[in-house]
Design a protein around this ligand. Sequence first.
Ligand SMILES: [Zn+2]
Length: 282
Amino acid sequence: MVSFKKILVYLTIFLVLVVASQFSSAESFQEKIPLKVNFLDVGQGDAILINYQDQYQILVDGGISSKKVLSELNKVMPKQDRLIEVVIATHYDKDHVGGLRGVFENYKVGVFLDNDQFKETEAVTVISDIISDKKIKKHSIKENSKIEIGSDLRLDFFNPDGEDWSANDNSVVFRMDFGINSFLFTGDAGFKTEKDMIKDGHNLDVDWLKVAHHGSKNSSDNEFLKKVSPEKAIISVGENSYGHPAEELLERIKKTGAESLTTLERGTIKVSCWKDKECFVN
Ligand SMILES: [Zn+2]
């Protein structure tokens, strides 16, 4: 099996976690497998699998149902690989954590990261029971946390700690850099979060934007979109009664020159990235 020199997760400057075991030797395999970012079609909800070198996976949210997320994961996880190194819950709404029960029951999970805004609901209580039963490591993401994987994949977390904010506005938000390519993952963050991240001077300028809140009109305002200046805007959305994606939001995206892609129209959106070439949709 191929191996990495080291895989370290830095959650804060002070807290360093080793999430995966120490691997020996390194260089030879690096350019053989692209980074794969899979925006899974889980209906109305979010679930994104980032797959590094077919060795190291980060799952961002688990959609609304175990059945849906497991069936999609089955299609994109490397065969025989039953370990997801990092699972992130951007926030505790059901369309983001409803399927995590099935994930925890069917895969080993290296570490579970949340926004420290645990919300007592039936779905969430089940998850927290499984986390303690299976003794899964759990940490809360703070603004300026970072994760570095190998020498070339990096996640920087921007979500502000708005204690009395809504669950959506407290979503975990992060940018991911891989060679010349960059992504911004926004959970269901709204205008308040966007303004705060701009005020804090975070580098929001990326090529690929995971559009917040399934294309709600209450996220992704013009100022924010101008800062992000995406080339592609991915909207994770299913049949719904909220009017997602909102026509006015699609117009705002269009004005930036970005192309919008929705999981509702395309099903799972698979993006592949080489370090020195622009990512592309498979
Ligand atoms: Zn949502």
